[in-house]
Design a protein around this ligand. Structure first.
Ligand code: WTA
Length: 667
């Protein structure tokens, strides 16, 4: 989508008036936030009101200033303050809840681990000591390539403890993707695990790190290897002398070690999270310690409504931002019990999720629209076979269609649980638009109200604001900074400005009011004040809740020798939301064949990962281009989605799209 017409077309198909659903009196009676003045208070008392968020944490030194806006868009939050994230997630709970489970881990093979806050304290201290033994010092970025095993949160918290920012790369990413991120972060130490279970197979995961370290430009000093089965290395995994160290051995050397949490400046980075943007190279979103942790904690409390006594389950992967903020940092800072599941939702059967929910008596549940659509397809008999009772449910990551919302509400929530539809991004650190569940009624398909202190607006493509609550679609922007926002793109301040600010800001100004954050999403501010998110307006797609850049995919496809030119667009998909369609012009003399198709698929799997696999590959003679040679992806998107082509007169050859359509239909 690129202009107003496209936005309106997308909107019409999604805009049918929905009814409201009221939270139950029982829910409201127990909710963490029932203060209906909160919105006004945060607006009138901006930014000072955010001090309440920071007060949810323990600080070694209190901050001097809530917001330092002297150098926009490089804002400072809670400046002068000092704290440690691992101490906030672990040590401060030990007096009251050391025997309470912090992480409740379910392996795909049925193994279970209850890691109490005391256990977590021990293991994080040992791991922190192990990292130091491996040469990690404060401010070194440690790259992690870990799946959903306890090693992942333990390593993150151990890094936080010694003030070494972590950069976790989702386990599904390929060796090449890992290598790129190791290089960009300039990590001397990488952490992996020998293997993990996926659909019954015990995968050799360390192999990817081995390949990545060969591919990386950087000479990595140490590769730390966790073992999925205590003291038992995956039979196919070897260790390279001098480089590879077993975490179990390092931890055994440090059995009684305690490592003092380093007092970090509020503005010191806590972690990097790489994400796809509009260019080929993924960018490292850099998150600060004080503002991020305050924001993740406060939104966990007020939006997710977590109490320390709850068993809370976010069924996302910690390898993405959702898991960082809402499996690890927010829930643990609140001292709750956070569930982690290693495997696939349908292994060994399609009731697995509900079986776990019943087994652990989960109170608060969190998942994605893609998962809801999948559960819906499998059918309501699966949840109905199990006895679980959620008080609160979340969706995140994509727009949820009203039908899927209603199914979730009825069959999973028993028409009693509240649902929050949370809009946010890797960059935002935490929720920006979603209802505070006791204060606003739910409306299927609508993320709802902005969070307290958050000021979204809708601009037209020229940067002019659309009238508030006028029901028109445009570019979603955020007009004022918030504590959870990224600090910068790691090592590239210029890119930070280009990607998020330049379009709608006066970049010469040092007045915060002239700086506007571009989300990259289209949205409608509805007449009732709710925001409905339409999806990305830039070349980023959302495949089953995973963010993928069109350019990244195109550059992977172009790696294949047979390919002369390629364009990737998104096709709407019933279950996954969007999937990538690839249009390819082959080199002279190369004939379309199954082998070429397979080489393209393999290239994508190797450059990015299996989760990015193309949906369809079309071999075409030409691509729709403007006179200046720019590929008009919008037209290809229309073809993929069986939509009208609209105006093609600006093309160098206006007949190209029709020819492609005929060709694709013949395939
Ligand atoms: C999309 C995930 C509609 C949006 C936390 C955004 C959503 C991108 C919603 C960020 C929602 C996220 N409704 N769309 N509730 N939440 N999105 O960085 O397009 O992986 O820009 O962060 O997901 O994806 P990311």
């Amino acid at each position: 989508m690129s202009d107003d017409d496209d936005i309106d077309a997308a909107l019409e198909s999604r805009l049918t008036e929905q009814e409201y659903f009221r939270p139950s009196p029982d829910f409201v009676g127990q909710a963490n936030c029932t203060d209906s003045d909160i919105y006004d208070r945060y607006e009138e008392n901006y930014p000072e009101a955010f001090a309440e968020y920071a007060e949810l944490l323990d600080w070694d030194e209190r901050w001097d200033q809530v917001l330092d806006d002297s150098n926009p868009p490089f804002y400072g939050w809670f400046t002068g303050g000092k704290l440690n994230a691992s101490a906030n997630c672990i040590d401060r709970h030990l007096d009251e809840r050391k025997n309470q489970t912090a992480l409740l881990w379910e392996g795909e093979d049925g193994t279970q681990r209850n890691i109490t806050y005391q256990d977590l304290y021990r293991e994080v201290n040992q791991m922190a000591a192990a990292l130091k033994d491996a040469g990690v010092e404060e401010d070194d970025v440690v790259t992690l390539h870990l799946p959903m095993v306890p090693a992942l949160p333990i390593t993150m918290l151990a890094c936080a403890r010694i003030g070494a920012p972590h950069s976790e790369v989702f386990a599904g990413f390929s060796a090449q993707a890992l290598a790129d991120r190791v290089d960009d972060a300039d990590s001397d130490v990488v952490v992996t695990v020998d293997g993990y279970y996926r659909r019954g197979d015990f995968l050799n995961h360390k192999q990817k790190a081995d390949e990545a370290l060969d591919l990386a430009d950087k000479d990595v000093d140490k590769l730390l290897v966790w073992e999925r089965h205590d003291g038992e290395l995956h039979e196919d995994v070897g260790l390279q002398d001098g480089r590879d160290l077993l975490v179990s051995e390092l931890m055994a050397d440090n059995e009684r070690a305690t490592v003092e949490p380093v007092s970090r400046d509020a503005e010191d980075p806590l972690f990097l999270m790489y994400t796809s943007g509009t260019t080929g190279k993924p960018k490292g979103c850099q998150h600060r310690t004080g503002g991020y942790l305050s924001y993740a904690t406060a939104t966990s409390k007020y939006v997710l409504d977590i109490e320390p006594e709850d068993t809370y389950w976010c069924a996302a992967d910690i390898g993405w931002i959702t898991g960082h903020s809402y499996i690890v940092y927010g829930p643990l800072a609140l001292g709750t019990t956070s569930v982690m599941y290693e495997g696939a939702p349908d292994h060994p059967h399609k009731g697995r999720i509900w079986e776990i929910a019943e087994k652990y008596d989960v109170d608060v549940f969190h998942t994605s629209p893609t998962a809801v659509r999948m559960f819906m397809k499998w059918g309501e008999q699966y949840p109905q076979d199990y006895d679980f009772d959620f008080r609160h449910m979340t969706t995140v990551g994509e727009p949820i269609q009203p039908e899927a919302w209603l199914w979730y509400y009825k069959y999973i929530g028993d028409e009693d649980a509240v649902i929050v539809d949370t809009w946010w991004q890797t960059e935002t650190g935490g929720h920006l638009i979603t209802n505070l569940p006791a204060l606003k009624d739910m409306k299927p398909g609508s993320a709802g109200y902005p969070c307290p202190g958050i000021e979204p607006a809708i601009l037209d493509d020229n940067g002019e604001p659309l009238e508030e609550a006028a029901g028109r679609a445009g570019n979603l922007v955020i007009e004022k900074p918030w504590p959870g926002m990224l600090q910068t793109v790691y090592g590239d301040d210029e890119r930070f400005i280009d990607e998020y600010w330049r379009d709608f800001s006066d970049t010469d100004s040092d007045d915060m009011a002239d700086w506007v954050y571009k989300a990259g999403d289209g949205a409608v501010h509805e007449r009732d004040g709710y925001f409905r998110i339409l999806g990305r307006l830039d070349d980023v797609m959302n495949v089953a809740g995973h963010r993928l850049g069109t350019m990244e995919l195109e550059s992977a496809v172009s790696e294949v020798e047979d390919v002369a030119e390629a364009a990737v667009v998104s096709r709407e998909h019933d279950e996954k939301g969007e999937v990538p369609d690839v249009y390819v012009i082959l080199r002279e003399g190369v004939e379309p064949s199954e082998e070429v198709r397979q080489r393209i698929v393999t290239a994508v799997e190797e450059e990015i990962g299996k989760f990015a696999r193309p949906n369809a590959i079309a071999f075409v003679d030409d691509l729709p281009k403007t006179r200046s040679g720019k590929i008009m992806r919008r037209l290809l998107e229309n073809i993929s989605n069986d939509e009208d082509l609209g105006d093609t007169t600006t093309l160098r050859d206006p007949s190209v799209p029709e020819r492609i359509r005929d060709q694709v239909q013949d395939d």
